[in-house]
Design a protein around this ligand. Structure first.
Ligand code: FAD
Ligand code: NAD
Length: 465
């Protein structure tokens, strides 16, 4: 090291930032990590992935008990102790965030709590103190996006962070945005007893996913929620005892009354909030920082990872980018491969996909073959009462390689890991068909779909014979 305060300075202690900091420290660098929140973990641990999954776990218990009468087991209506549910959620978050701060100590990463502002290409300022660095990794994440016409000052208007606080269970909840946050929160609040209405302005909920898979989820959601697609909320008016939403859409009422409104219309990158105008780093109008496959920005000693470099805004993408950035700084010849990043909506049923969606494969003009395995033919799905699921696989016709998988159904988020591994290892349909999957499992449906493509299926009639 020369005259700098550290070899690597990381801005942001979320999944991208703490991973980058820990990896750089493990590779022998002197690392400073600056985080403006009072603890590590970023959005994911504090107000994102983890608290939402804790609440979804509670929702799953409630839903399983409710649905158990179909197999001859009846439970009484659940009594919900909101304080206890909140304590459960907070205890999970605290365990993980405290764990991270121990890991930082053990690695000798110097964590500074405060807000970083860039001063030059080699320095930042935190609380009037200037810190210089040889290399920097920006992992400052994203913030909630807003739309006009909403009275955000009213405490009944929620962001995802507010929804996760679980301050109350509103009788009537409007969710603006049928993306992953909107649907996960719809799953939580409808299980807890709210009457949920989802308004999505695109023609389908989760617009990035394939329609045939989304429709399975939509059908189940519709049993407990009202869903209006191709619909806009133009205004929300706050009155003392209600919120009145004005809607614009063919099938939607012109206005409707609610007790709380969750705005879940996406997130915007924090690139414009860091003083990067004092550096040579390019930030686009939306606030994204462009980085190459080694996560290096246009400024050779400044790297950027996670939500701030672009879609998909997912924790596991941030983690892997963080590792690559740290390793590149340490002289490793590595780069980030974005072809097999799984996406999961932890709804009921779950929806997951990896590689190309069918929509993308068509748009890219790829000559592919599709093999769908319906869960109605899976012994495990039938015995677990989840036969509404579906596993879809896409194979490149010329190479036989798996290029995309979509799953809707129970534990789709776990199953998709098999597909992520197969796609990243460039496995062919034949290789997957010859892999022995345990029986009876839902994971088997990926093997069965490959057998369908391979022409070797025996569990259902073989269309290739
Ligand atoms: P962040 O986690 O946003 O961390 C950035 C950190 O930088 C923050 O802690 C912030 O305080 C800090 N920071 C910002 N500016 C400064 C500054 N000037 N100085 C110092 N520190 C600064 N993803 C999944 O993969 N799975 C999920 O199940 C999932 N669920 C989600 C649920 C919700 C409700 C939300 C909102 C998001 C969810 N996500 C999920 C997305 C996931 O949380 C993000 O993709 C992930 O946190 C991005 O990591 P990051 O490190 O890029 O940024
Ligand atoms: P999103 O982009 O996934 O969904 C937002 C939805 O709102 C879109 O479907 C969009 O068409 C719709 N929309 C936008 N403006 C609207 C308007 N004015 N009226 C009605 N609908 C409107 O964003 P999100 O759900 O807010 O999630 C934010 C980020 O967090 C995403 O990148 C997501 O990947 C990530 N996240 C991931 C998980 C997970 O991995 N399980 C969970 C939650 C969040």
């Amino acid at each position: 090291m020369t005259d700098f305060d550290c070899d690597v300075l990381v801005v942001g202690g979320g999944p991208g930032g703490y991973t980058a900091a820990f990896r750089a420290a493990d590779l022998g660098k002197k690392v400073i990590l600056v985080e403006k929140r009072g603890n590590l973990g970023g959005v994911c641990l504090n107000v994102g992935c983890i608290p939402s999954k804790a609440l979804l776990h509670v929702a799953e218990i409630i839903n399983s008990a409710k649905e158990a009468d179909s197999v001859g087991v009846e439970f009484n209506k659940p009594k919900i102790d909101l304080d206890k549910v909140r304590d459960f959620k907070s205890s999970v978050v605290n365990k993980l965030t405290c764990g991270l701060s121990c890991l930082a100590d053990q690695r000798g990463v110097d964590v500074i709590y405060g807000s970083a502002t860039f001063k030059t290409d080699h320095s930042i300022v935190v609380d009037d103190k200037e810190i210089s660095f040889e290399n920097c990794i920006i992992a400052a994440g994203s913030s909630v996006a807003q739309i006009p016409g909403i009275p955000y000052d009213d405490e009944r208007v929620w962001s995802s962070s507010d929804a996760l606080k679980l301050s109350e269970i509103p009788k009537r909840l409007l969710i603006i945005g049928g993306g992953i946050i909107g649907l996960e929160m719809a799953t939580v609040y409808s299980a807890l007893g709210s009457k949920v209405t989802i308004v999505e302005y695109m023609p389908q909920i989760v617009p990035v996913a394939d329609k045939d898979l989304v429709m399975v989820l939509q059908k189940k959601l519709k049993a407990s929620c009202d869903i209006y697609t191709k619909t806009k909320v133009t205004e929300v008016v706050a009155e003392s005892d209600k919120l009145i939403a004005k809607l614009e859409g063919k099938k939607a009422p012109e206005s409707a009354e609610f007790d709380a409104v969750l705005v879940a219309v996406g997130r915007r990158p924090n690139g414009k909030l860091l003083g990067l105008e004092n550096t040579s780093v390019n930030v686009d109008d939306a606030g994204f920082i462009a980085a190459n496959s080694q996560l290096c920005t246009n400024c050779p000693n400044i790297f950027a990872v996670g939500d701030i470099v672009g879609q998909p805004m997912l924790a596991h993408k941030a983690v892997h980018e963080g590792k690559v950035a740290a390793e590149v700084i340490c002289g490793h010849d590595v780069s980030f491969n974005s072809s097999a990043i799984p996406s999961v909506a932890y709804t009921d049923p779950e929806l997951a996909w990896v590689g190309l969606t069918e929509k993308e494969a068509k748009e890219q003009g790829i000559d592919f073959e599709k093999a769908n395995f319906p869960w109605a033919a899976s012994g495990r799905a039938l015995s677990s009462e989840v036969a509404n699921g579906k596993t879809k696989t896409l194979f490149d016709k010329s190479t036989g390689k798996l290029i995309g998988v979509g799953v809707v159904g129970k534990n789709a988020g776990e199953l998709i890991s098999i597909a992520a591994l197969a796609i990243s290892k460039e496995m062919t349909g034949e290789e997957i068909a010859k892999t022995v999957f345990p029986h009876p499992t839902l994971g088997e449906t990926i093997g069965f779909a490959a057998e369908l493509f391979d022409g070797s299926i025996t569990d259902i009639m073989n269309p290739k014979v």
